[in-house]
Design a protein around this ligand. Sequence first.
Ligand code: DGT
Ligand code: CA
Ligand code: CA
Ligand code: ZN
Length: 587
Amino acid sequence: MPNQWTNQEIAALFFRIADILDIQGEIVFKVVAYRRAADAIEHLGRDVRDIWQGDPKNLRAIPGIGKEISEKIDEIIRTGELEYYKKISKGVPPGIFDLLQVPDVGPKTVARLWQELKITDVAKLEKAARAGKLRGLKGFGAKSEEKILAGIEQHRRKKSSTRVLLGVAYPFAHSIIAALRAACGDAIQDIAPAGSLRRMKPTIGDLDILVASDAPEKIIDAFVSLPIAREINAKGSTKASIIADNGMQVDLRVLEAKHWGAALQYFTGSKEHNVALRQIALAQGLSLSEWGFKRVKDEKEIFAPTEAEVYEKLGLQWIPPELREASGELRLAQEKRLPRLIELADLKGDLQWHSNWSDGSFSIEQMAEAARARGLHYLAVTDHSQGLGIARGLTPERLKEQWKEIDALNKKWNDFVVLKSIEMEIRADGSLDFPDELLAQFDMVLVSTHSALKQSREKITARVIKAMQNPYVDIYAHPTGRLLGTREESALDLEEVFRVAKETGTFVEIDGAPERLDLDDVRVRRAREVGAQIVIDSDAHSPDGFDGLFYGVAMARRGGLEARDVMNTLEWKELKLKLKRHKRKVK
Ligand code: DGT
Ligand code: CA
Ligand code: CA
Ligand code: ZN
């Protein structure tokens, strides 16, 4: 067992304990307590050890963590093990947890399959269902066997398919929507993406598209006939599922307009958000499903044609999809205190992108004109510094040539300015690529790490902090260094980084490049709580790359940021006054 357990690992262990207790028929209260604790740790945004500080009592400050669980966390941190888990997991076959992932197979079913039929993994379940052996169980028939087999199929697909970057899935979903609109015209009353795509998660499992229409067959036929449809998984009268030529699964549902609001709400998720929302409805005597509300006392149906009506009926503010991750948004909506989330149009400039002076493919002028056409007012050029040889990093000599080009270009506009910046490598030992006297001549300086990312937590944290303490270092970019699907986060102590960012006046960045999206929602939230100032950049290497601003804004929205929380919503002349180099001069 690792003795440097991450929050994610501790959360996973608690989810597992909850599953075991659930299967064993433990009292609901206890199961819920472990799930709540797991959820709290997962969304903490800072290392649980920072709160622990050697005393389990400190952990009780975390909502959802009481005495019993705080002591378990303490044991995990101190010993790297948990006796309680060893005890309750004894004799539980590991395949059981996989069984729980099959749609329509809940803990009670798992317990019965295990005890009565000795079914302990998905393969055995499939065999039994095919052989018609499940109908021996009370309450099971041929229909449930079919349902379980379909569920196993779905589970397999989900497990084998890799998740797709938001930056790929988003334009793809919208191209499908455009194609359906073109093919079906007026038959479509409403159409929208739902699921994780609408919530703007950094990666997407499958696409979920909803259509309101009175002609479902027409829509379904058009959908399965799209040129991008490589395979048809399922085709019914109101829903269909395909595998597209890029490998993505796309689920389409057609429904009547009167169900639109409830369906859009339901299929947007997240599942956890929906579970909590249904509880709120029940407490008001209403049952909520994808079809609408039903009054519990007399079964009267109440439709919600728009999504806003679903929330309104429950006395809640409408919740932007990006916030629907069951991380406190429902309480804020009840108290009418939801943030006014930042929008793309709030950004005035971009502080990280690359030209053909380093690893970009376009000239500074081409990039600047593209950004200006998108409505931006300034751009800070951040080609790589010499330390990054593979990216044709700039030497001081080439830098001076680049500055001449920038000065000349700036004569061209009176509504747009190109600023001199750099993406400077923080070397493995924490030293910087350029001396202070050169750094002082930039408009601003952005630093990052691309090498020696496997350093220990102590080493990499000290290295980054040293850079942030430099008076000419203004922004720390893509903090964790993650590359989605290919590179894990570094071991960096982000809590410490945010603290030092606040103390030194260094900004931390949300990098909008689809493969980075670093910081993510949980970290964004924490950065703001600690008081670090945040910027959103595209990290573009071509004009299309400025779309990164849109994805970066999505992460900021998921983290609950408002425009005022993001420094590059300011015009350059205001932003300039916030840079530490300028603040010092003014004092
Ligand atoms: P993904 O596809 O893995 O990126 O994530 P989602 O969130 O798109 O998940 P998906 O495609 O399985 O389901 C779409 C939405 O449908 C999900 O966000 C919430 C809703 N949903 C699906 N299954 C359940 C469920 O068992 N219970 C509840 N309450 N909602 C569900
Ligand atoms: Ca989905
Ligand atoms: Ca789906
Ligand atoms: Zn970079």
